[in-house]
Design a protein around this ligand. Structure first.
Ligand code: SF4
Length: 250
């Protein structure tokens, strides 16, 4: 396995797109929707359309990452899905061009529209400073996304198993450098079983893939609710916050 680190991942978001539509069980309690509605109530610029998919051409034109000289890890469109059906190819191209130009940063995307992502990169080169990722919350929706991701030629790939909604069974992580996982937060959170988490962690270990368990969310490992509302990230008393050191640019 590549050199690992257990610092916390520090991430900055950049949202040329906002808004989305639900597509699979992981979306049920979408944090981006809740936040977008809140920001709209507060009158925050950019959320006039609430959670409707919106392209912010001004944010693409401003290309904020190009102006930031400090090497940074950017999450592109954490308030949307970069490969949403309403996103036009031209806008996605413009985003990828900025990623290429801002070579001193690293960027990552996370999609549930892996088929479109695969199609998009069929005849395009994925920049090495772009980490492509898909959500794998369960077998039915998540594993085909993983297969799509594995078919794309790219140096850096990750998957996100948050919220982890079932045992993923035997999972082939070929080509994946990082697995991020977590339970669900919020009042209506669904429980994540400790057995599913142990199995995923164990498979990452066997296959030499970094495993980063962000948080349990609403429920503790024993299935009880965290009394102070704050969750922890220990699995059987141990922290798993491993990620490849080169994801954090320096
Ligand atoms: S794809 Fe992501 S942003 Fe879109 S609805 Fe689902 S969880 Fe929310």
């Amino acid at each position: 396995m590549a050199e690992s680190t257990t610092r916390k991942l520090e991430v900055t978001s950049w949202n040329p797109f906002t808004g989305c539509t639900k597509i699979s069980p992981a979306c049920e309690h979408c944090y981006a929707e809740e936040l977008a509605l809140k920001l709209n109530r507060w009158g925050t610029a950019g959320y006039e359309n609430k959670f409707r998919f919106t392209t912010h051409q001004d944010r693409i034109d401003k290309a904020a990452p190009l102006k930031r000289k400090k090497p940074t890890l950017y999450f592109i469109n954490n308030m949307s899905d970069t490969f949403h059906e309403d996103a036009d190819d031209q806008s996605i191209n413009a985003i990828i061009d900025i990623v290429k130009e801002a070579h001193w940063h690293n960027f990552y995307t996370l999609t549930k529209r892996s088929d479109r992502m695969r199609e998009f990169f069929k005849n395009r080169i994925v920049p090495d400073n772009l980490w492509l990722g898909v959500t794998v919350e369960n077998k039915k929706y998540g594993l085909p996304r993983l297969t799509d991701l594995q078919r794309i030629k790219a140096l850096n790939k990750h998957i996100c198993c948050e919220p982890l909604l079932e045992d993923l069974g035997g999972i082939n992580l070929k080509g994946v450098r990082l697995v991020v996982g977590g339970g669900e937060s919020g009042k209506e959170a669904r429980k994540t079983d400790i057995g599913w988490v142990r199995s995923l962690q164990h498979q990452c270990e066997l296959q030499g893939v970094h495993f980063y368990w962000k948080s349990w969310g609403r429920f503790r490992q024993d299935g009880k609710i965290y009394k102070n509302g704050k969750s922890g990230c220990l699995i059987d008393g141990k922290e798993y916050l491993s990620f490849p050191s080169d994801i954090m640019p320096s």
